[in-house]
Design a protein around this ligand. Sequence first.
Ligand SMILES: Cc1cc2nc3c(=O)[nH]c(=O)nc-3n(C[C@H](O)[C@H](O)[C@H](O)COP(=O)(O)OP(=O)(O)OC[C@H]3O[C@@H](n4cnc5c(N)ncnc54)[C@H](O)[C@@H]3O)c2cc1C
Length: 109
Amino acid sequence: MVPSAKKYTLKFVTKEKFREDIYNFYFSTINDQLIIWLPGQYLQLSLPHDADERGTSRFFTIASAPTEKKIMLTIKEGESSFKKVLFALTPGETVNAFGPMGKFVLDGD
Ligand SMILES: Cc1cc2nc3c(=O)[nH]c(=O)nc-3n(C[C@H](O)[C@H](O)[C@H](O)COP(=O)(O)OP(=O)(O)OC[C@H]3O[C@@H](n4cnc5c(N)ncnc54)[C@H](O)[C@@H]3O)c2cc1C
């Protein structure tokens, strides 16, 4: 069964360079919230800020396995105000997330 989407607050843990302008971002839940997702699903991240015309949220595929504790998102650098705020996050800062979403997952068979 595909898990239903909910609002979460995620704590930014760290980011590491994957290659060139691509970084792996790691987030944890707060208050021991449990996020259940299936491989192939994605989240909407929202970063309230004085945004450019492209807005305050983006979708990102969850790149970590559902068995891992931290949420890893693999994200390309960009010039939007959203990406500038995202890439300036410091450990412990929180972001708003909604998900998991997406039905492009393996079925039970
Ligand atoms: C289901 C789903 C999953 C996704 N998963 C990932 C993921 O895992 N990793 C990832 O990095 N991204 C992912 N994306 C894409 C992500 O949501 C962002 O759109 C992407 O990272 C680019 O963000 P951005 O803020 O740099 O550019 P955006 O604002 O999203 O725009 C995308 C591109 O369009 C052009 N553009 C748009 N508006 C303008 C403008 N006003 N002026 C000039 N150029 C403009 C730019 O070239 C820009 O790079 C996913 C999207 C979807 C729908």
